[in-house]
Design a protein around this ligand. Sequence first.
Ligand SMILES: Nc1ncnc2c1ncn2[C@@H]1O[C@H](COP(=O)(O)OP(=O)(O)OP(=O)(O)O)[C@@H](O)[C@H]1O
Ligand SMILES: [Mg+2]
Length: 429
Amino acid sequence: MASSSFRPSVSDSEIGYGSASLQSHRRETRKPLEVESVPSPNSREVGGVSEEGGVYLTWENLWVTVSNGKGGSRSILQDLTGYARPGEVLAIMGPSGCGKSTLLDALAGRLEANQSGSILVNGRKQTLAYGTSAYVTQDDTLLTTLTVGEAVYYSAQLQLPDSMSKQEKKERADMTIKEMGLQDSINTRIGGWGVKGISGGQKRRVSICVEILTHPKLLFLDEPTSGLDSAASYYVMSRIVGPDFRHGRTIITSIHQPSSEVFALFDNLCLLSSGRTVYFGPARAANEFFSRNGFPCPTLQNPSDHFLKTINKDFEEDIEQGLGGKKPKEEVIDILITAYKSSGSWQQVQAQVTEICKQEGDQALQKSRDHASFVNQCLILTKRSYVNMSRDLGYYWMRLGVYIMVSFALGTIFYDLGFSNSSIQVRDS
Ligand SMILES: Nc1ncnc2c1ncn2[C@@H]1O[C@H](COP(=O)(O)OP(=O)(O)OP(=O)(O)O)[C@@H](O)[C@H]1O
Ligand SMILES: [Mg+2]
């Protein structure tokens, strides 16, 4: 799939916001509140069109509703529009409960809730093929009995193709473990309920290891830095979204409170509040957007902290008491949402989505066959399951004990009953 086919196929005048005309249009119509788009600091090519075989993801007018339990419904995501391009990192930020995980789930096609709007992959409606995307979930789902090395190595054996030798798979697993800074815990059990193992932050890194082993073209990360200190966060994020790894890959990550160094790694930022878009556009322009709309970031404050503080209305009463005279949070959020809808960033998002969707040609994702064969998968899973069961006291040994006791009890019920008439009656009773 040649990504070059994503070059604009229609003229600027047709789109209305193509590069040259978009600039002139903005110059003519930019209002005081509008944010001027700045070039992405990290993208390798304008528009990402040089990213061979990459995945372009767009979503338009995306709504997600769930039942509120009283016969009505509640909207978790409201009318979201955005895009993600190869070679770029999109960060989704917002207060807890604003809908970050829901958005990631919807984009990854994992959502079971009622949703409307269009989500297009390379400009067409299609499901993400096996091997194209990976999703690091917010909660770690790892086998607690395995060591870090075993978890990653088994995963490598399952996911990597048979054409790679065992040694190569092992080397890939070892390299990934090293890159995530887990070499010292390679022989430590993951652990879980009742059994202490590696720390929460290390578990996050193991989950990331398992997902990035295959170097997927589209990577969803839900809070990859939860439980990590600021230095580890930067190290892990710079590995995942750094220039070497991001090339040709589309990365969408939700994140809580990134440090300014981590924030600088992002190309685009999607700021949500109660499921609505407060800002979508270049991450570096977000500060200017807030300033222009009357909420400048105080000197020496981390901009991402400032954004989250400004749009978090969960603790409104406490904050208002402390900083009397401020506008109610709801009003602040409404001002920002209205400003965003009339900004150049919003127009650019629409233009980008239109541009990507209008592309024609064979943009279907190729189903990757590069994974272990069915037989190998069965063998590896059986082996892994055996290791898991043999180490899990409750799962295996206690069950074995119970089965032996039950067998013994059943087997001795009719022991030495004899063959007289009364014995026959005992057997029947
Ligand atoms: N299936 C569901 N039924 C009802 N409400 C739901 C459902 N799924 C999500 N929600 C609600 O939608 C909102 C968004 O949830 P989501 O998990 O996307 O938030 P989040 O931004 O990822 O939060 P966090 O940062 O804490 O992980 C929350 O208020 C949550 O309670
Ligand atoms: Mg979440």
